[in-house]
Design a protein around this ligand. Structure first.
Ligand SMILES: C[S@@+](CC[C@H](N)C(=O)[O-])C[C@H]1O[C@@H](n2cnc3c(N)ncnc32)[C@H](O)[C@@H]1O
Length: 256
């Protein structure tokens, strides 16, 4: 549990302890993460981003990472608020090892894609659900991936907030715009303004639901806005902002 006497700085250090070692060179010597990991998404090559996330899942296991939750309760509630039905094609961006896909398949969803940079994380899902069937596993970097088809729901819990550089946010939003059909749904969850400043050793951008909606730009209408206090496996409370929105028909992406 969180110690009420702990300062915000102490809690932040705990959060940063998610992943604190950077493997280097052939001998995989380890050093504390240097300050330049601030630029991890923008400047570091996609292979290194991948190594970072693989190391996070390997070192703590899928159930030991700070974002682990036994049940994706908020995701399911937000999807329900949008009135998404099982015929909808869904993509869980940065879905990692989350059990959201298990729930969607169990609820009869026929077309679910899970995209993640970490194959270690995707292996967890593949081991649970197998390959083929209703699930497509996409081992991709959202900053280089371009959708070749459309989805009726885009879900992202705790991925967009790692994009602290405007250029990366715009790359992400361009993929989102291309992937979503008019009328389709979006569920986006990020750290709230009073949430941690770092996670997994990386800085994050924090948002209120209003700020998230503004960041999406024109073309999205809010359907549900919530706040959640996620409790990490180590007992640290992390406030999240949750936005469920619907894309209006006036801003088609380039895949129309
Ligand atoms: C904090 S975790 C959240 C995982 C999952 N959404 C959940 O709720 O359990 C962030 C996830 O995003 C993935 N990720 C980070 N950067 C990414 C990128 N540029 N492209 C695709 N996935 C990325 C990581 O591998 C990790 O699985």
């Amino acid at each position: 549990m969180t110690d009420p006497n702990e300062t915000a700085g102490q809690q932040r250090l705990k959060t940063m302890a998610c992943v604190k070692w950077w493997p280097t060179g052939q001998g995989r010597r380890r050093r504390p993460y240097p300050f330049w990991t601030r630029t991890l998404n923008s400047v570091i090559m996609p292979e290194d981003r991948e190594e970072h996330w693989d190391a996070a899942y390997r070192s703590r296991g899928a159930r030991g990472v700070s974002w682990f939750q036994a049940e994706p309760v908020m995701s399911l509630q937000m999807i329900q608020a949008l009135g998404i039905d099982p015929t909808t094609a869904v993509i869980d961006v940065g879905g990692g090892a989350s059990s959201l896909v298990d729930h969607l398949v169990a609820d009869g969803f026929l077309d679910v894609s899970v995209l993640d940079l970490s194959d270690v994380a995707l292996d967890e899902g593949r081991a649970r659900l197998g390959v083929g069937g209703a699930v497509t596993w996409l081992h991709q970097d959202i900053l280089t991936w371009r959708p070749i088809r459309r989805f009726g729901l885009w879900h992202d819990r705790a991925v967009f907030h790692f994009l602290t550089e405007q250029v990366d946010q715009e790359t992400y939003l361009a993929a989102l715009a291309d992937a979503l059909e008019p009328g389709s749904g979006l569920v986006l969850a990020t750290f709230a303004p009073e949430g941690p400043e770092f996670c997994s050793g990386l800085p994050v951008a924090r948002y209120s639901t209003k700020q998230l909606l503004a960041r999406l730009g024109e073309g999205f209408v809010a359907v549900e806005e919530r706040r959640e206090e996620h409790v990490t496996p180590a007992g640290v409370i992390q406030p999240f902002s949750w936005l469920a929105a619907r894309r209006d028909g006036d801003h088609p992406g380039s895949l129309s």
